[in-house]
Design a binder for this molecule. Sequence first.
Ligand SMILES: Cc1ncc(COP(=O)(O)O)c(C=O)c1O
Length: 474
Amino acid sequence: MDMLLFQLEKNGDKPLYDQLYSGLKDAIISKKITVGEKLPSKRKLADFLNISQTTIEIAYAQLLAEGYIMSKSRVGYFVEEIDDLPYIQQEVTAIPSEQPKKKSYVIDFNPGSIDIDAFPFQTWRKYARDLFDNTSKELLLTGAPQGELALRTEIAHYLYQSRGVVCNPEQIVIGSGTEQLLPMILRLFKEDACFALENPGYPTVHRMFSQYKRKVFPIPVDDEGIVIHELEKTSADVVYITPSHQFPTGAVLSATRRAQALNWAAGSPSRYIIEDDYDSEFRYTGKPIPALQALDRNDKVIYMSTFTKSLMPSLRVAYFVLPPKLLSTYNDVFNYYSSTVPRFDQHIVANFMRDGHFSKHLNRMRKIYRKKHDQLTSILENYFPQIQMAGEQAGMHVLLTVEHTLSEKQLQQLANDAGIGIYPLSDYRLDRQTNQQAQFLLGFGGIPVQQIESTIEKLMTCWHIKKQPTSNSQ
Ligand SMILES: Cc1ncc(COP(=O)(O)O)c(C=O)c1O
């Protein structure tokens, strides 16, 4: 072996043993040193390179460990036969840079935002701390595929009390978000099953169905919710709906439409309804409306909900309730997989619910959101009729219809230029058709109550919309 092969940089950043190791490895891979060739003895090489024998020893030991060389007792080190050349420099594949961050605005009416100032961190921390303890060591092992029984039991209890949903914990499946659970539900149906979706609707669901290449019928929505007569005209087997607070229009599915939807589902054994009850905890007018599942007598509703609005979006805990008829299909397909939610997190939520903190938190948040809602709606009323509101009975966003000479896109641009994030309804359409009339989702969950008035004023100023004189001042 040519000992002049190595040029070591004594004052370089890389340690000498590492330079030697890399130099030798590259020489072996590129066959500059051939298989079977003997490496110089440690002493000889150390003398030649004027470095310590220990440096050589470390470099040789690393090459030995990685299988580039072998050692023959009392004879020396020899280059090994190596299979492929795993370290040969390859053309570097460009790694896509991280997704650009979503635009940030000074004021953001994002309908997905929640209030983050009233979370009971202290209580949550106590449950987390108590669980991360030797007495819970069993939680280090994999849990039940459907999710922890303790959490499913709490959810079943809560759903019965608050939504009239009757179910056993055995029917509940916990997963890390609606967006993770819906693909599971898809797999319960035949590949050629057809789906119907609300239009406009939840974009995540629209995207998901198209990624899974499922046949989809967009069904229009009016102020009574999804138009079931339009659904009846299709060959859909499964319809996904948000009856308590249609996303994004905010319409509540009327009693007549509820009955029509259930009758539609009862019309064929292959038909099912997926009921997404994502923000039903927050209702501001009238009595709470029970879930559609609670009215279903034919096991036709797959109920689903989430802790995204009621606790936090980052928790990533949601669940669905399967009608007993679908349980065996579920077990055949999914019982081999582990739950996607960490067991510790599931137990924190379960214990939090068990001890009444979830109800307490909901009551508190309801008050906060009601305050924000009342403030928002009363301020917006000042701009009537140029600004009209809909979907304000529940949830954390309202739908604004803006009478204006400018288009929806132009109004959005004006707001964005003023540092205000506002969300056009046409972005929620399956066909992305632009609305004739400018309509926007106005999320108020994340806006501090004391800032609601000024934020609306800023928005109206940038749209050149003036308050209407009240009848008293006329
Ligand atoms: C219609 C609808 N469903 C579900 C969710 C919650 O989804 P996830 O549980 O994946 O956070 C949202 C969140 O904004 C929603 O708008």
